[in-house]
Design a binder for this molecule. Structure first.
Ligand SMILES: [Zn+2]
Ligand SMILES: [Zn+2]
Length: 259
């Protein structure tokens, strides 16, 4: 059961020195605070059976494979919900860096989610870039531990550079666009709807979706994936059997005609 232990953050919200990231995090947390107690979840027992179906566990989109999410966006959305619920549960939600962490995830999500699949590098590729750049952050010269895509998703080595953790986060924030309602009302509305949907999932006393359950999801996701894989295998086997019967019938009919 998630209890809300944070006090109102109105002061930080109106403080001009509050970071861009923390502001984004606080906006969603303020929405969640206002929703407290207003949402009633389905029982988790019902949920568990349902999640064996091949649906995205975050948005119910139909999937053609045994994956859990339809894409990066949904995976990161539910990860952010769990992150916030865990922080609330453990009382860490009042910390500025936790609020910033939520804000950073939100900014990524408002751009459609960080494209982890497309940008995934192997350990060797990553290591090669760090060695090429002498493990020196290409922005500030400190020790580099991360590899940054300079522009877009291309993993061509010319588009990769070594950065320290700080600068890599900074680059992600700079690239994130923060828009006002006046600038772009349609885009603003889209992002606000996302914040509201997330606030609702954060605020629910019991998790609204199985994947929001920070205590049980990590373990449960493996059994759900295994169950989905087994189901897909069964479907494939059934299809093979049907093919076999079809060929038999075909031959039988052909022979009948020759008679
Ligand atoms: Zn989805
Ligand atoms: Zn740096």
């Amino acid at each position: 059961m998630v209890k809300h232990k944070w006090r109102s953050c109105k002061a930080a919200l109106s403080n001009p020195r509050t970071s861009k990231l923390r502001l984004a995090g606080l906006r969603v947390l303020e929405l969640a605070r206002d929703m407290e107690g207003g949402v009633f979840p389905e029982s988790l027992k019902d949920a568990e059976g349902r999640y064996v179906e091949l649906d995205c566990v975050n948005c119910d989109a139909k999937l053609q494979n045994a994956k859990l999410y339809c894409g990066d966006y949904c995976q990161q959305f539910s990860g952010t919900v769990r992150y916030a619920r865990k922080a609330i549960d453990e009382g860490r939600i009042v910390k500025a860096e936790v609020q910033e962490g939520i804000g950073q995830r939100l900014l990524m999500l408002s751009g459609g989610g960080y494209p982890t699949d497309r940008r995934a590098l192997t350990k060797q590729e990553r290591e090669a870039i760090l060695i090429r750049d002498h493990r020196k952050c290409q922005e500030c010269g400190r020790k580099a531990t991360e590899v940054d895509h300079i522009r877009g998703d291309s993993s061509d080595t010319r588009n990769l550079r070594a950065l320290c953790k700080n600068c890599n986060q900074g680059a992600a924030v700079e690239n994130a666009r923060i828009i006002t309602r006046e600038e772009d009302p349609i885009e603003w509305e889209r992002i606000f709807e996302m914040y509201e949907a997330m606030a609702q999932r954060i605020a629910a006393p019991l998790p609204l979706r199985f994947c929001d359950d920070h205590l049980n999801w990590r373990k449960a996701q493996y059994s759900i994936r295994a169950a989905r894989k087994a189901m897909l295998r069964e479907i494939e086997e059934e299809e093979e059997e049907t093919d076999f019967v079809d060929v038999d019938d075909y031959l039988y009919n052909a022979m009948q005609k020759n008679d």
